[in-house]
Design a protein around this ligand. Structure first.
Ligand SMILES: Nc1ncnc2c1ncn2[C@@H]1O[C@H](COP(=O)(O)OP(=O)(O)OP(=O)(O)O)[C@@H](O)[C@H]1O
Ligand SMILES: [Mg+2]
Length: 389
């Protein structure tokens, strides 16, 4: 196994329920287990770490909700997001032997988060992805297979971004052009030249987005077929979006032509309040391969195991392609797993070349890791180290 990756020191200032918090961790990067009562402050710590990569963190939070608020703020003000927005997170990290000091946060009144890497400020969050990598699994994702397609799209696009830095930029361009196109039509402004220009941009960004989604799922497919341990299900991810499906059968040029034709022919339908399929409505389904069962019909524990299979396949693919194992943030991940699956998962996690952060209510559920993990008791947003591995 190559050099390990992890966080050596983590500091939060004014972040969620923490005024100030400092953690000095073991640099041998054993798993970190945070246990404590509901509302103790466990997920807040994982969320802080998730802000050390580009994006909105593991809760997809509004930045104004992240700064520490006092109870009276909610009594006095209508919108706490209007209050000064000052919080920061900093960490000493080592990724496969390369150390860096990274930090992020907002300054008063700003709704943009700043980034600092080895003493240099930058407003480009994407720079963080070059020095630090982490993946997460949260209880909110338990509804991934049955719930809203928007959450699935967000999950899929995060996965793609881990391999293709430009994906986020293309998505935001596509969404902005789609908004303009849809405004023109819904306001009844049938300016053909303007609409055609926007449609050409939609087609070019849209096909690139769909191609990137297909490409990443294809690159992960071998690892999805061969899970880290037999007890975890093999999963198949099938992209069901209109443009993604086109690309499976046609060349990119043909897909562009068909998508363009569809956009042009749908102008009237869209103007009358109808909808149109495209990368903005794309979806995917997951098949539990051994059972040949759609994930939405699997049991809660089976769905959790499928999610773990997907995250671990993403981790392995990153490790193979980029040479660095991302950290894993597993919030309440073992809750629905039986004891056999839990223990196998713990064995897998302790053998990874990256630090894994786990949370849970009861520390007894992690006893199997005694001597192999760093245990913290979290109480009223105070951390105490229980034992050292
Ligand atoms: N901006 C904020 N300012 C102050 N406190 C906040 C803020 N956002 C969230 N909190 C509080 O932080 C506390 C800890 O939340 P957290 O989600 O970390 O708990 P937890 O230990 O994961 O609990 P559970 O076991 O229920 O998941 C909660 O009581 C929550 O209300
Ligand atoms: Mg929690």
């Amino acid at each position: 196994m190559g050099l390990k990756s992890g966080i050596e020191q983590l500091r939060l200032t004014n972040f969620r329920s923490y005024s100030f918090m400092n953690m000095d961790l073991s640099s041998s990067f054993e798993p970190v287990v945070l246990t404590g009562h509901n509302g103790a402050g466990k997920t807040n710590i994982l969320e802080a770490i998730s802000f050390l990569v580009p994006g909105k963190g593991l809760r997809s939070a509004r930045l104004g909700d992240v700064a520490k608020r006092e109870a009276e703020d909610f009594l006095d003000r209508l919108d706490v997001a209007q209050l000064p927005n000052r919080w920061s997170i900093s960490a000493k990290i080592s990724m496969a032997g390369v150390s860096a000091k990274i930090g992020t946060g907002t300054i008063d009144g700003s709704d943009r988060r700043q980034v600092r890497i080895d003493g240099k400020n930058t407003s480009k969050q994407s720079d963080l992805a070059k020095v630090f990598k982490c993946l997460w699994l949260t209880p909110a994702q338990d509804r991934l297979f049955c719930g809203d397609p928007q959450a699935r799209r967000r999950f899929l696009d995060r996965l793609v971004q881990a391999f293709d830095e430009t994906h986020a930029v293309r998505l935001s361009e596509y969404n902005s052009v789609f908004k303009q196109w849809s405004c023109l039509l819904r306001e009844g402004r049938f300016d053909k030249g303007w609409l055609s220009g926007l449609e050409e941009q939609l087609v070019s960004y849209g096909v690139a987005i769909a191609a990137s989604r297909l490409d990443v799922i294809d690159r992960m497919s071998q690892n999805l077929k061969h899970p880290v341990a037999e007890i975890f299900p093999t999963a198949e991810i099938i992209l069901t979006g209109f443009v993604e499906q086109l690309l499976l059968e046609k060349s990119a040029v043909q897909a562009e032509e068909i998508f363009l034709d569809k956009l042009q022919k749908s102008r009237k339908i869209y103007a009358d309040g109808g909808s149109i399929s495209g990368p903005h409505t794309a979806d995917f389904k997951v098949i539990h391969s051994q059972k040949r069962m759609d994930a939405s019909l699997c049991s809660t524990g089976e769905q959790k195991a499928l999610l773990l299979s997907i995250i671990l396949a993403e981790m392995n693919t990153q490790m193979q392609e980029q040479g660095i194992c991302p950290l894993l943030l597993l919030d309440e991940a073992i809750a629905h797993l039986d004891i056999k699956r839990r223990h196998i998962l713990f064995d897998v996690l302790t053998s990874l070349p990256a630090q894994v952060w786990m949370t849970g209510i009861d520390s007894e559920n992690f006893d199997y890791l005694n001597g192999r993990a760093q245990f913290y008791d979290v109480r009223e947003s105070n951390l105490s180290l229980k034992n050292v591995a």
